[in-house]
Design a protein around this ligand. Sequence first.
Ligand SMILES: [Zn+2]
Length: 631
Amino acid sequence: MNSLNVYNVALQSTYLGMPTYVGQSKVNTFNFISERTWKRVQGWNDRPMSRAGKEIMLKSVAQAIPTYVMSCFRLPDSICENLRATISNHWWGFEGGKKKMHWRSWDWLTTPKFLGGMGFRDMKLFNQAMLGRQCWRLLTSPDSLCARVLKGRYYPKCSFMDSGVTRSCSFTWRSLMFGKSLLERGIFWRVGDGKEIRIIKDRWVPGVPCHPIHPIVQMPDDLKVSSLIDESSKQWNVELIRICFNPADAEHILNIPLSHNRVSDFVSWPYTKTGAYTVKSAYIMVKCVAAYLKESVNGKGGSSNQAAIVGEWKRIWSINAPPKMKIVLWRFAHDCLPTGHQLRRRNISTCDLCCHCGRHETIEHTFISCQYVAEIWRELKKRSGFKSLVKYFGSPRDWVSQMLAGCTEMEATILVIAIWHIWESRNAVRNGKNEVHPHCIVEKILAYVDMVLLHMFKPVPSNRCDSPRRKKWDPPPEGWVMVNVDAAVFQRANRMGMGIVIRNHKSEFLAAYRQGLDRIIEPELAEAFAFRQAVTFALGLNYKRAIIASDCLSLVQKLHFKTLDRSNTGIIVEDIKKMACIPTVALSFVHISRCCNEVAHVLARSADQLVEKSWFHVPPEFLWYTLCKDL
Ligand SMILES: [Zn+2]
């Protein structure tokens, strides 16, 4: 050692904020995280803050403390529990040194806001999603130094996905395996040449209800998807697939687009647009499943319902009003405000009657049917033209969603502000203040609405940024051809059409092509198919310099990305990128506006039959008019 000038130094307990040595007791090693979080949150106790203020502080400061460590290690459950207690106790608050009632479970608080929660972090799950990201890196960059070292040590003979916990493995590896179990729940294979995907062990068929897929004939475990593809035509072997799978599964398989240029298979994360793993999407995936199950128990499952539920909660959070008021509306919808009725249910002995009229205090009474409150709504209607309240009160949540469904943006703002003021005035009276006249409350509400109007409603920017002069198709520079391409989707016939037209720098018509294709009805995929065909068509006609123009912006952006596109159009995108690499040709992919792409559009719309047709030098009659418009 000495001859190499390498010296031993004392081991430091942390390096860049990360513990360097994890001993037998993980709790001792990581306890510094819960202590640091607790201290930080304690420091805020003397500041009066609304729940909305606390929410921001907790989310941006306290929750961020363990993030870095979580990206490498699995925190012990007890540490996550400490963090949970610190955060939820602070949010619900303290009174006289004792913590206040937690009116909604931690599970609800950690559900994303669009599913009805408060969007706090479930530390354990977030930790797992962070570790999942490390696993994703090992999986998608197998040549990185880290991946090669770990492979040599833990999975020399199999793939990362088949690796597991061994008896003598390190804490780091155990942590990674924890992340991997989440990754496995979502990962999805995109079929390229099919040489890596195992038919019955991997997830690779989109749209089937259960994974992995079950063939109806016996198959070896490691049989690859490539055996279902016809090598020469690069198409699915339809007969074989119909023999091996039940009709529904077979259809799903046949709908998978195939590569023309031997793109390799790749993994994808189907919960993001790009198909790349993100911590947030993994976290939301798990939370959505949980929320879905919760709703199913209440008999509200089903995907259409799911979308409606998301719509309802998003509406609440998007109202133009101070966040603290929206939190009261959120608590209203969950029926977790401490009304007399709720207090009695939880055996808290206080006066549980309405402070205005002495009747039984349910949430409906507090906000709607109490005489005192009814007078507020009546006066509000008279003064501001606010709409009538929804009469039927099924559950607080239904009432809120029905009420908001009929509200303009402005009325929603008034509703939130009114509800908050009613609640505040009720609390003031219960805390010994004098009851004020309902009309004074209305006065306050209207003043507040005016203030919000002034500060929170932004003028709507006009969407018309197009120049008044209509944009026109421009011919390519000399020596180049312009290939315009478009796709049309015929939903009812389960079919797409594509149109391709080629013109030169003098705007002369050179060639056109149209074709209808079965089974493709997803717009971006249809555009990608048409684009690939356009490149093939132009190369087949021996044009060496071509500008391929599409009006599908997302597709053109994907074609320009250097990284592998892992989305569901990824295979076709990679196919096109491969064609552009041919050294003897120059291809340029551009995005143009719709009005510059009308010829291709008309051609695509006309391709609703499954016939293939091309024209050279003389355009078909039905295109004359549109072609002339471009001149
Ligand atoms: Zn009352």
